[in-house]
Design a protein around this ligand. Structure first.
Ligand SMILES: [Zn+2]
Length: 140
């Protein structure tokens, strides 16, 4: 975060939209929702990317996200629930707020959400083995 700028998640104002708070994170209804009942689980400390979070915080966020996701299912009876987050690697505007958040987005039949799961052709085992090798070499 640049100095003198206020992060809307570090200074979260919409307290009536907050549905959960603990020592490390909170969850709130999105004010730029992808669908109704769209919840974000937000660490209290400012981090930009998933990979910036400590292992302990990653584990905690996921446990809280599971709890909230179960509550969302009960609250709005969705057809499916999408769980996503974007790491802003390119800095080209994928994230509206540069503070890490984990999205829980319920899906309903005939909603207007478009998630394009375009599938490439299988590149073949040689290419998949090469991709596997390149990633395996980067695992610490
Ligand atoms: Zn922040």
């Amino acid at each position: 975060m640049p100095e003198n700028s206020v992060c809307p998640f570090c200074e979260f104002e919409d307290q009536r939209a907050v549905i959960y708070v603990d020592e490390f994170c909170f969850a709130a209804i999105s004010r730029k929702p992808i669908n109704k009942y769209h919840v974000m689980v937000i660490p209290k400390v400012h981090h930009e990317n998933f990979v910036d979070l400590s292992d302990e915080l990653v584990a905690h966020i996921f446990v809280v996200a599971k709890k909230i996701s179960l509550a969302v299912r009960k609250a709005c009876d969705p057809a499916a629930v999408l769980h996503v987050s974007d790491d802003e690697v390119s800095k080209k505007g994928y994230n509206l707020v540069s503070h890490y958040k984990f999205h829980i987005i319920p899906r309903f039949e005939h909603d207007s959400v478009v998630v394009d799961y375009h599938r490439e052709e299988d590149p073949g085992i040689e290419a998949r083995a090469e991709f596997a090798e390149r990633i395996k070499n980067e695992i610490n």
